[in-house]
Ligand binder design. Structure first.
Ligand code: NAP
Length: 288
């Protein structure tokens, strides 16, 4: 059980974890922290946090667990503000969507990696943001990847694992670089493609017509293009190398499809579509 949880960045992810831990009776007090007091007041009114402080040093005082759930670009300033102020017995973790960059931000912000810092990433979210969009079930049966490094204490890792399990998640551990490669393929590339497709279509000129006739396929494929632009800018900047590798690979595959269309090569087109359909059907069967 957590006595005092401090959430820096009580938005969709931070707020949802607070709600889940309260529902599970796993946490006695939640203290929020972010830049805008109006957002924090809203979190109090929604019953997500008990109280707040916009000063991170005051907010973490007396906490035994600190969750940093700010956009990737804000991680380093938050860590720097906390340098020398982490309570001795606190574990600290984050939820950033790329891991090597957060570990580097922690190393720079704290001066050295604290043993109590356990890098983490819940593989759950929605295209909404802010505390009003948070809900207690967000992490139920979803995966959380922890990427502890050599300096990370096993005791802190065990506490962070137990917290996510209390929120209903299934916890895996992975090497940070491996995490970044896997997520570039499964999440970052699809988001880049969705943003790129919608942007490209809106610049075709016939904007109204495109959206009037855009039905199921367009809606399904582009839902994630409603995600927060700042968050996705930060993810592309933070995990650029792995994302570029995936974009290069995908561009080659797309070019091959274009060649098949150009050459009226129905056999290749059908083979690619059939193999994709089979893989996707199998995936959907397993995950619904
Ligand atoms: P969000 O709903 O926009 O919440 C971000 C929170 O951070 C807000 O409470 C914001 O409050 C605060 N914040 C922003 N800049 C800050 C700063 N410089 N200092 C202190 N607080 C700051 O975003 P989210 O979707 O929860 O994402 C948060 C993190 O989770 C990101 O690192 C993202 O990569 C990761 N993540 C997101 C998803 C997803 O699907 N959304 C999934 C997995 C992981 P103020 O405006 O009041 O400062």
């Amino acid at each position: 059980v957590i006595e005092r949880l401090c959430i820096i960045g009580a938005g969709l992810i931070g707020g949802s974890l607070a709600r889940a831990l309260r529902t599970a009776d796993y946490c006695r007090e939640v203290v929020g922290c972010s830049r805008n007091p109006a957002h924090l007041q809203q979190a109090v009114e929604l019953g997500v946090i008990d109280r707040y402080d916009t000063d991170p040093v005051q907010a973490v005082a007396g906490a035994d667990m600190v969750l940093v759930a700010v956009p990737l670009g804000a991680m380093e300033p938050v860590f720097r503000a906390l340098r020398g102020h982490l309570p001795a017995d606190a574990a600290i973790t984050d939820v950033g969507s790329a891991k090597a960059s957060v570990i580097e931000a922690a190393r720079r912000g704290f001066g050295e990696l604290p043993a109590a810092f356990v890098p983490g990433h819940p593989i759950a979210g929605t295209e909404q943001s802010g505390v009003a969009a948070s809900f207690a079930e967000l992490f139920r049966d979803r995966r959380v990847i922890l990427t502890p490094v050599e300096q990370t204490s096993t005791e802190a890792t065990a506490r962070v694992r137990a917290m996510w399990e209390a929120a209903g998640a299934v916890v895996d551990e992975m090497d940070p670089a491996h995490h970044d490669t896997v997520l570039a393929a499964t999440s970052h590339l699809p988001h880049v493609l969705a943003f790129a497709l919608v942007d490209s279509l809106t610049r075709l000129g016939e904007r109204d017509e495109i959206f009037r006739y855009a039905a199921g396929g367009f809606r399904d494929f582009t839902r994630i293009a409603s995600s927060d632009p700042v968050m996705w800018r930060d993810i592309c900047l933070a995990n650029g190398d792995a994302i570029l590798q995936m974009i290069d690979r995908f561009s080659g595959d797309l070019q091959q499809l274009a060649d098949a269309v150009r050459q009226h090569d129905g056999e290749t087109l059908q083979a690619v579509f059939a193999s994709a359909k089979q893989a996707r059907d199998r995936y959907v069967d397993k995950h619904t």
